[in-house]
Write a protein of this length. Structure first.
Length: 208
């Protein structure tokens, strides 16, 4: 089994719970010799943001024109992300909720693979068809406040977005989620909240 673990936070584990979740999952998963674990750090990769440079590169390629440095970098980064996803049986995302959504660098990774003909297609009726139903996804998320309550759930554009993209559009099966929340809102309970959450991360990793 090939497991790709995507690190969506560049803060150290001493300060960021989702980084600790990433490290915990990778360490536990590597104990299983039947699992091949690779990691992808969106903050250390060269990942220019998606925009006109990429679309311009497509036009230049079709016309046989020379590409600029940024265009070459974008094409290479996009292909690397797509290759990493293609090779994986299970994709794990460890990420925080920042300003009610996911970090921009993680968004860029998703932008790279959110492509017609790769992750989805349109059939003859114009209906979107998912192209990755054989792949599995695990979501590991940390957020200091409480967003799982009915009153706050609509404010979470992190986990909800990831579910909609990977399960809804790409057709992947979400086989596990661990959400650690409330440790900032309830500092007196933070140690217990984090400890219990990390135990669930370890259990999930060992279940592969």
């Amino acid at each position: 089994m090939n497991v790709l673990v995507v690190k969506g936070n560049n803060r150290p584990a001493e300060e960021a719970i989702s980084t600790k979740m990433f490290e915990t999952f990778v360490a536990a998963a590597k104990e299983n010799t039947a699992v091949n674990v690779t990691t992808y750090n969106v903050f250390s990769e060269d990942m220019p943001y998606l925009g006109q440079d990429l679309f311009g590169a497509y036009g230049k390629m079709a016309a046989g024109e020379e590409l600029t440095d940024i265009e070459n970098r974008l094409l290479a980064a996009k292909q690397k992300a797509m290759d990493a996803v293609t090779a994986a049986d299970v994709i794990v995302f460890a990420f925080p909720l920042w300003n009610l959504t996911i970090p921009a660098k993680l968004q860029t990774f998703i932008d790279y693979i959110f492509a017609a003909g790769f992750a989805f297609k349109y059939d003859e009726t114009g209906t979107m068809v998912a192209l990755m139903p054989e792949k599995k996804v695990i979501l590991l998320n940390a957020r200091g406040g409480y967003y799982s309550t009915p009153e706050m759930s609509a404010m979470d554009m992190g986990v909800n977005y990831m579910r909609n993209v990977f399960a809804g559009v790409f057709g992947m099966e979400i086989i596990g989620e661990v959400i650690i929340e409330g440790h900032a809102a309830a500092p007196d309970q933070a140690a217990t909240i984090i400890e219990e959450g990390l135990a669930k991360v370890t259990e999930l990793a060992k279940s592969l």
